[in-house]
Design a protein around this ligand. Structure first.
Ligand SMILES: Cc1cc2nc3c(=O)[nH]c(=O)nc-3n(C[C@H](O)[C@H](O)[C@H](O)COP(=O)(O)OP(=O)(O)OC[C@H]3O[C@@H](n4cnc5c(N)ncnc54)[C@H](O)[C@@H]3O)c2cc1C
Length: 473
């Protein structure tokens, strides 16, 4: 082929990009294109944090491409209309892109295939974001997995570490000199989404830097430290995996290298085990993506449909208190204030606040799912839906409904000195370690602190939750 358009979507990177390197292999000229879709500003889950991260990452992509002699063509509008037009303008024979896994994105891609083919252009999609997709890992009976542990075993048994995709420097700037670009908004504020959060920086270089830092040490302690929100013990790669500013093969290659290094370490077995725990988390991501594909009804309701009959509470005041971090339970409130201020939340805390919303406040998991999508910089349909349904006890591989986290004992276990809570709830700074997670035990200090009293009593709500679930069993 003479000319191919590479359409960047959730793959905002130059390195380890399957469709981009295929385009470079098969075409004389590759035209890199990013479309700022109308849906970025009109979709139901649009959040300033994700939008800002996306804009930063596109900016960084443009710079990285420029260093390789390529100009990123940016267009704003609807991809269905822009792509055939661009193919004509650029005299391109085809559009290449990496596959998306959300049902709405797949429907859009099907429409685009039809439109491009009808106009005489090709459209090819490549597997890039995952190692194994959709129906590539099935049970012996040929069915999709609904439980994580056997899925992860099958995933590991099947997996070979695929090499990273290469992007050779090929086409000269002159090849695309006639293609005009639209300007992107500099910030989400410009298009009506004021950013109030201090989010982590986007871009491919930042992702590679985070990966290098994590693999240089924290990965060997991951199993122990990953549960403690006050410790920076996880990779922080989720926004990058979501935006595609890092490739999964790059992460796996670095993990393999970390394992090889561990081979000569004194704590070899322990270090290797920690690397494997990290691998498991990456497999969770693919597990939920295949759930989304094989059981798309999870977008609209419970994975187990009987749980759609649950009689959830619609207490708006409770929901508001949860959103604002004013429930009176310090670990829940610290986590929510952190989310509201940074667009991020530690995994342990996501489980705690999700259980609290669904099993203490008895509010529908979809309310929480939606709120998370609006706030999170890594908000991802598959992982978020999976995490919420897991916590609510309505999902695949779910913590059974009768497993209910106690927010106080969770806090005492995973934030023993109250370090994380003190970071986000200045009102509680004067409480001693042994009272910080249950300030109601010290009513005098609580009144002085101005920290809100508990909006519900965990012990009472636990009973109500069990009754609510039993009613539909
Ligand atoms: C209620 C709830 C909602 C969640 N919403 C999201 C979401 O919108 N987007 C998102 O990426 N993750 C979500 N998670 C999963 C998890 O909390 C985050 O992936 C993790 O906190 C990101 O931090 P990290 O990159 O440092 O993770 P690490 O611990 O370093 O893990 C490495 C990578 O593995 C993947 N991963 C880890 N845990 C999970 C998991 N349980 N499910 C799926 N993938 C996982 C992520 O891509 C992550 O970046 C949610 C979990 C819960 C309980």
């Amino acid at each position: 082929m003479k000319t191919v358009i590479h359409w960047f979507r959730r793959d905002l990177r130059v390195s380890d990009n399957v469709a981009l390197s295929e385009a470079a292999k098969r075409a004389e000229t590759v035209i890199p294109v990013f479309i700022f879709e109308d849906a970025f500003r009109t979709g139901p889950d649009v959040g300033a944090a994700r939008l800002a991260f996306l804009l930063q990452s596109v900016k960084s992509l443009r710079k990285n491409l420029a260093e390789l002699g390529h100009t990123l063509v940016v267009r704003c509008g609807k991809s269905e209309e822009i792509l055939p037009q661009l193919c004509k303008e650029a005299n391109a024979q085809a559009v290449f892109a990496n596959k998306r896994y959300e049902p709405y994105a797949q429907r859009r891609d099907e429409r685009i295939i039809g439109i491009l083919n009808a106009a005489g252009f090709g459209f090819e999609l490549f597997k890039d974001a995952v190692v194994w997709e959709e129906t590539e890992i099935l049970t012996q009976a040929g069915k999709p997995y609904t439980v994580f542990t056997p899925y992860s075993k099958a995933w590991k048994a099947k997996s070979i570490f695929a090499p990273r995709a290469k992007f050779p420097i090929r086409n000269p700037q002159s090849a695309i000199r006639n293609l005009e670009s639209d300007s992107l908004p500099a910030t989400p504020d410009e298009i009506g989404f004021p950013l109030t959060q201090k989010i982590p920086p986007g871009g491919e270089r930042m992702a590679l830097e985070l990966l290098r830092k994590f693999m240089a040490g924290p990965v060997y302690e991951y199993g122990a430290s990953r549960n403690f929100p006050a410790i920076d013990g996880t990779s922080n790669l989720s926004p990058h995996l979501r935006a595609g500013t890092i490739g999964i093969r790059t992460i796996l290659a670095e993990l393999k290298r970390a394992k090889e290094k561990a081979e000569s370490g004194k704590r070899k077995a322990e270090m290797l085990a920690n690397c494997d725990i990290f691998l498991n988390e990456l497999i969770w991501r693919e597990f939920y993506l295949q759930v989304l594909h094989n059981f798309p009804h999870v977008i609209k309701g419970a994975f187990r449909p009987e749980y759609d009959q649950l009689k959830w509470s619609d207490d708006q005041e409770h929901f508001q208190a949860w959103c604002e971090g004013k429930t009176g339970y310090p670990i829940v409130d610290a986590a929510m204030r952190c989310l509201n201020a940074t667009g991020t939340m530690h995994n342990r805390l996501r489980m705690i606040v999700a259980m609290f919303l669904t099993k203490d406040l008895l509010i529908h998991w979809q309310w929480g799912e939606r709120y998370f999508m609006k706030q999170l910089v890594d908000g991802d349909l598959a992982a978020n839906n999976g995490g919420w349904q897991w916590s609510a006890g309505t999902g695949t591989d779910a913590a059974p409904y009768f497993r209910i986290f106690n927010p106080v004992s969770q806090a005492e276990k995973f934030d023993p000195q109250g370090e994380f809570v003190r970071r986000w709830i200045p009102e509680l700074k004067d409480f001693p370690d042994d009272e910080i997670h249950q300030p109601w035990e010290n009513p005098l200090l609580l009144t002085k602190s101005k920290y809100p009293p508990r909006i519900v009593l965990h012990a009472d709500q636990r009973g109500k939750c069990l009754a609510m679930f039993k009613a539909v069993k």
